[in-house]
Design a protein. Structure first.
Length: 665
RNA sequence: GCCGACCUGGCGCAAUUGGUAGCGCAUCGCACUUGUAAUGCGAGGGUUAGGGGUUCGAGUCCCCUGGUCGGCUCCA
């Protein structure tokens, strides 16, 4: 007998006991032994600390999904024995597996594969772990060039990234799929494990979702393999719930809502990634901007403007042409003159569309001699920038080629970095809350040690990083480290916000910059008369207005709160004769700045209610004989609820209050 | 940029093996004047993203260009 700790209590078990013996609960699919995941078939040893891993825990789900990926790979090779295996890890909500195949998979292939997977699952194959070594594995897997490469990498101690699922730390192992009825191993894969004990446990809660190409080992220069994505859940019901959730997310897609609610479009004539805002989208955007301006004004920012094009020289100074030329629109060549022989009389000038606003702000800083009394100097601009994003990355309004940043650059003395950062972070969080986002965490991106590309002295990096860190901690929010994620010119904090359905979006960034002040030779005169170099803080709250617009659209699913809604109130008369009564109320509301329309069309009242509900107008004011007689109106809300017979003055007061307080209704 | 799929009136869709473009909503007109999610009737609107090719004949097949979508890579 040996003593182990089993789910927290001391027990004595027979030597050589496996998970099968320790747990009778069918939902336990693996073990955690001394913190390491093991198969149920693992034999525990004396003094081990053992926990059961349930299929519905995060570890359990990963095991389920990874095992499903194996079944997929087996199905692919059953149908096409020529397919070579890439990697097949679990991911959020599912898994994928990469294959090198002659021709890409089609949706019909997926159906056939699901069928074959189902057959494999029902056949109840056992996953059996087998320890091997580099030499034996290389012989066994001689037909699998990608697996061989991974074995090579592992023995070379290289970082294998997502391939850790196949060849993670520890001994090299192969999992055999053993078909009990056929009494033989029918498939095998290089894999770290652990796995479900039996394919049957996958059940019918899985689905193949899409095919895509993916570069081998995530490198653009490598061959593209064909990737199949799938999702897997412990039960069919959970799979269905997931699929429903995906549909809900699709309904909130800002590209779809942008068209449905007539907010913006991307006319093909203009070009990829370049949007026009329609009147309704324009209202939302203007209100967003106006409110942001007001808050910036109150917080000590000064408003500046800069042109959309500039001579190349400026971006040479800033270094952008050196580092990011590929991401910029190609230059406009101007002013070249030639004589009759075609000789250049006057050299052309290159002008670029600006991809960033900071160099302009630096020039504003430099426009006069600065004193410590001028600092912190906070320059704010809604600056429209143009970036030549690769065609494949464009995504509605959240990733476009032309967009407007709510950009500010703060020029601060080194000794006031802390207080300025504290201000900025509080300002950012406050403002985001006003727009209705409330659930945040922070990410701290720091320097990668030993990488020579980072500019600035070590001591300023250390000081700035620790300042950022302590400011972030003071906020009380969760702080996630992002080592090596800093830009070459300075560390940053980014604010991640969760939306209404739990997705996280990177929102604001607060970025320290030791580089541009140097390049632009920015100075100020300190109290002691010496010339000092300011530090620059780049910060954008929305990132870009368009992107934030898109995020809010998805967050609210198009149900913008009254203060942002393009049409805040619509009046619906029961019959034509009550139209005038509603117009009186409308003119009062309009005077108070409310965006109200009376629907005088000759549609049926029911139809109008339907139309304006679909248009997601926050308040419908309905009036008929009864209401008019009582000098009242009836409210109807987007969710179908209603309050009848509300006195006119009360109705007006309520609408104004909701708007002023920026509440959701 | 790469791989794949896709592009039919403003929007959502249909059109058998290639055989001469249809429906709903929206729009416009007329009638109806209504108490909480679609009133009825009528009309107009498409050289099928653009260009080229194959064919007696192309929305359907092939090529090029543009755009969209899903991924990969990227996001100063």
């Amino acid at each position: 007998m040996i003593k182990i700790t089993l789910d927290g209590s001391q027990v004595e078990v027979e030597a050589g006991s496996t998970g099968f013996k320790l747990f009778s609960d069918k939902r336990i699919v693996a073990l955690k032994v001394n913190g390491e995941l093991k198969d149920l078939a693992h034999e525990v040893a004396d003094s081990d600390v053992v926990e059961g891993v349930s299929i519905d825990s995060q570890d359990g789900l990963n095991i389920l999904r990874h095992s499903t990926a194996h079944v997929l790979a087996q199905a692919v090779q059953n149908i096409n024995p020529e397919a070579k295996l890439g990697i097949g890890p679990p991911i959020k909500d599912g898994f994928y597996y990469d294959f090198d195949v002659e021709s890409p998979f089609t949706p019909e292939d997926l159906k056939a594969l699901e069928k074959e997977m189902d057959r494999i699952i029902r056949s109840g194959q056992r996953f059996l772990r087998r320890v091997t070594n580099d030499q034996d594995a290389a012989i066994e897997l001689s037909n699998e060039p990608y697996k061989l490469e991974l074995i090579g990498l592992k023995s070379g101690n290289a970082d294998v990234g997502e391939a850790a699922a196949e060849v993670g730390a520890g001994e090299l192992t192969i999992y055999d799929n053993f078909d009990v009825q056929a009494d033989k191993v029918v498939w095998k894969d290089l894999c770290r494990g652990p796995h479900l004990p039996n394919t049957r446990m996958i059940g019918n809660g899985f689905s193949l979702t899409r095919v895509a190409a993916a570069y081998w080992r995530g490198n653009e220069n490598n061959k593209q393999l064909q990737r199949i994505y799938g999702t897997a859940w412990p039960t069919k019901d959970e799979l269905k719930a997931y699929q429903l959730q995906m549909e809900e997310a699709a309904k909130r897609d800002h590209r779809r809502l942008g068209a449905e609610l007539d907010l913006f479009s991307f006319p093909e004539e203009i070009g990829s990634g370049l949007a026009v805002f329609h009147p309704k989208g324009g209202v939302i955007r203007r209100v967003m901007e106006d409110y942001s301006r007001k808050r910036h004004d109150e917080s000590g920012y000064e408003f500046v403007y800069s042109p959309h094009v500039t001579k190349a020289n400026l971006f040479e100074t800033s270094g952008h042409l050196e580092w990011y030329a590929e991401g910029m629109f190609p230059p406009l060549q101007l002013d070249e003159e030639r004589d009759e022989e075609g000789n250049i009389k006057r050299q052309a000038q290159d002008y670029y569309l600006k991809p960033m606003n900071c160099p302009f702000h630096c020039l504003i800083y430099k426009s006069q001699a600065r004193s410590y009394r001028d600092l912190p100097l906070r320059l704010f601009e809604f600056g429209t920038v143009y970036r030549y994003e690769k065609s494949g990355v464009l995504h509605g309004i959240t990733r476009a080629r032309g967009f407007t940043q709510d950009d500010a650059h703060l020029y601060v003395a080194r000794e006031s970095i802390r207080s300025e950062l504290t201000n900025v972070l509080n300002f950012v969080l406050d403002l985001l809350r006003d727009y209705g986002l409330t659930d945040f965490y922070l990410e701290l991106s720091t320097k990668e040690e030993g990488n020579p590309k980072f500019v600035g002295s070590d001591d300023i990096w250390i000081e700035a990083t620790s300042t950022l860190e302590s400011v972030a901690k003071e906020s009380g929010l969760e702080l996630v480290p992002d080592p090596g994620g800093a830009a070459f010119y300075g560390p940053k904090i980014s604010v991640q916000a969760k939306d209404a359905i739990g997705r996280t979006w990177q929102m604001s960034t607060i970025q320290l910059d030791f580089n541009l002040p140097e390049r632009f030779d920015l100075e100020y005169t300190a109290p002691d008369g010496t010339k000092q170099r300011p530090v620059m803080i780049h910060r954008a709250l929305f990132g870009s207005i368009e992107r934030f617009f898109g995020v809010l659209t998805e967050h609210y699913a198009g149900h913008f709160p009254p203060w942002l809604a393009p049409i805040q109130v619509v009046g619906i008369p029961i019959a034509d004769e009550f139209s005038e009564y509603l117009h009186e109320i409308a003119s009062e509301l309009r005077k108070a700045g409310v965006r109200i329309q009376i629907d005088d069309s000759d549609e049926r009242m029911q139809k109008k209610i339907r139309n304006h509900t679909l248009a997601k107008v926050p308040y419908q004011l309905i009036a008929g004989a009864e209401d008019k007689a009582n000098n009242a109106v009836s409210f109807r809300f987007r969710d179908g609820s209603q309050i009848n017979g509300v006195p006119k003055a009360e109705a007006i007061a309520r609408i104004l209050k909701d708007i002023a307080e920026r509440v959701q209704v």
